[in-house]
Design a protein around this ligand. Sequence first.
Ligand code: PGA
Length: 253
Amino acid sequence: MRKRTPIIAGNWKMHLTSAEAIQLVDGIHYGLPFPGEVEVIVATPFLSLPEVARHLRDSYIGIAAQNLHFDDQGAFTGECSGKQIKDAGADYVIVGHSERRQYFAETDEIINKKIKAAYRNNLIPILCVGETLEERETGEFSAIIGRQLAVGLLDLTGPDAAKLIIAYEPVWAIGTGRTALAEQVEDVHRLIRVSLAFKYGGMVADAVRILYGGSVKPANSRELLTLPNVDGALVGGASLNAPDFIEIIKSID
Ligand code: PGA
């Protein structure tokens, strides 16, 4: 019996038109009518989000956005706020994905403001943390992840922290086909839980779901998802294909 309800979340990134998105979620919903004890989430592009959310109103599949602005409104051309995302039908939002950090210069300080904006708008953040290949090889990764958590979660209250979802995504494993070894994954997940316990106490640390992300696919999901501190997966490439995504959901025992 798991301590926490696991989550399988698909991160579609900048893929799929609205029609393709509807086809994909239908494939998931009808291909797996009863997912069991697991929360299933899809993180859609902004444009297809309202339509997918409307379409999934009576489905078990939850909706996330992939990013948000840290203000609720204002002169920020091209951005979307937490308020708008909530209004469009999402309940979750990915914050601080490594592609945002790398290509859009998101710092831990910006990410912290976004985490606050998510809570302000009743969105549950899925905070992504993870090291680059260089940081893994030099052994700096635990300090890097420690900083991402410390700054990213600055000023967060215990009750808010308990609702948080964290995704550990080693940058070198994203979209590369290279998955972290089971012991590397469990080590980092344990480290994250210990640092949450240190900051917020054991009850909060026990409540937070910590997902693994980085080349998760049906062939490796079972091994990763049975690790004691792994509470699910954030899936990129394999979430664009209904049968693969369903296989990953089914690999939760
Ligand atoms: P991937 O992406 O599964 O394609 O490696 C994971 C992610 O970036 O969230």
